[in-house]
Design a protein around this ligand. Sequence first.
Ligand SMILES: Nc1ncnc2c1ncn2[C@@H]1O[C@H](COP(=O)(O)OP(=O)(O)OP(=O)(O)O)[C@@H](O)[C@H]1O
Ligand SMILES: [Mg+2]
Length: 483
Amino acid sequence: MTASISIGNDSNGNPVLVDVEELLATRLLVQGNSGSGKSHLLRRLLEESATLVQQVVIDPEGDFVTLADEYGHVVIDAGDYNEREIVKMATRIREHRASVVLSLESLELEAQMKCAATFLSTLFDAPRDHWYPALVVVDEAQMFAPVAAGDVSDEARRLSLAAMTNLMCRGRKRGLAGVIATQRLAKLAKNVAAEASNFLMGRTFLDIDMARAADLLGMERRQAEQIRDLERGRFLALGPAICRRPVAVRIGTVKTSTRGGTHKLMPPPVTATGDLQELLFAQVEEESASPPPPRPEPAPLPAEEVMRALAAAPSARPVEPEFDMGESDGVIVEVLEEIVADLGEAQPGVSTLYQDFTVRCRMKGLKRAPIDLPAFRKRFAMAQAGMADASDPRWDDALRAAEPLPEDMLAPFLLIARAAMQGLPCPDDAKLARAYGTSSPGRVRRLIDYMEKLGVIVARTDFGGRRSIGVPQLGLSTAAAEG
Ligand SMILES: Nc1ncnc2c1ncn2[C@@H]1O[C@H](COP(=O)(O)OP(=O)(O)OP(=O)(O)O)[C@@H](O)[C@H]1O
Ligand SMILES: [Mg+2]
């Protein structure tokens, strides 16, 4: 049986096929900078091959959970289970050949690594009877098989690296075919990359990554230069499961969206999935009913460590950025905007947010948090007011005007200041409350009174009961609006 799927088209419009059977034997490495389209490519590959082969997705960001809608993958939210339960489920996944998405989204980095390690090792250690073929897709593989020690414990790194090495180097015999994607080849452990013989290389800026890509592709450096300028969604493909000579492929469309996208077409649940779900979860949940379902041990919080370090040494050493500030600055802005966008009605504390921030920064390839907690507090306040880019000179005056205010009033004040600068309606109580981290209208009133007493704002209410707030130092005022 030949089972080929199309991942897209070459420059002549001809489909570029991947031989799934060959892929199972030869594994695949995808590389490309952030935004080059790796996750999209993995999704295309998963969608097209969903009916041909069992699939296991290690999903750090919870991106692939939407595969459940169309293709019946069972979603395992790692945060809901302890180690013993993860082992149990991984064992059953092998036994029942269930396609699953292991979403690690709700875990902190160290726990993500440990959970992925436990899960992958259990798949790997399955009894011989259960060595069915399966694609094991790992997005952001550099997180799980990093070259250098990062902020996580040696133990987490060792376990996770071992599991990834087993998957890529020794998994084939056991039916497990690794398909891994990484932003930066130079950050991925060499032995993990080395066993793949199929490559899809997307846009790659850095010379060090380019050099490694050229090595893997068996190309001259000069030839490999072509991946520097690839557009989003375009990759250079090579390998026994795809083609014998490098071919440029434009990745095709996908049916499911990344989560957060709209899915207007949601088919009713398929019965078989329900059965599978039961098979995987039922026993686990029963057994963990008594004693009460243990939540996974909360992993050590980097945020807390940072805070402790700061408290202990007031003149704490500056956090050295891994990249030149230009690059990490862009990441900070992007991450802040994402966090604010994802916040909704939630009001997590600043240390939780900082933790989320550091994880997201690492996901984007920064080795450590590029700013410390106090700096984050300020940047987050700014981001809430739509001023995520702190280097934007437009915000300078507003920040100066905020100087007399205590830190916790920065976010609501900037919200007002920005509305004033842009002539927009005065933010309503609910918005101000959220920025102030409260839900009490009384506290918002007192906040406004306080800011007025300090002279940083002037509030007035018109006859219709509509409020506008002026910022004297800016010489500007918001438009009037219902409070
Ligand atoms: N072939 C494509 N066709 C249409 N849209 C695409 C294609 N490839 C990527 N995109 C879109 O481009 C954006 C970035 O792609 P994607 O998330 O796959 O990048 P990535 O390489 O995984 O980035 P990161 O490393 O930051 O996760 C997404 O919105 C995605 O939908
Ligand atoms: Mg991605």
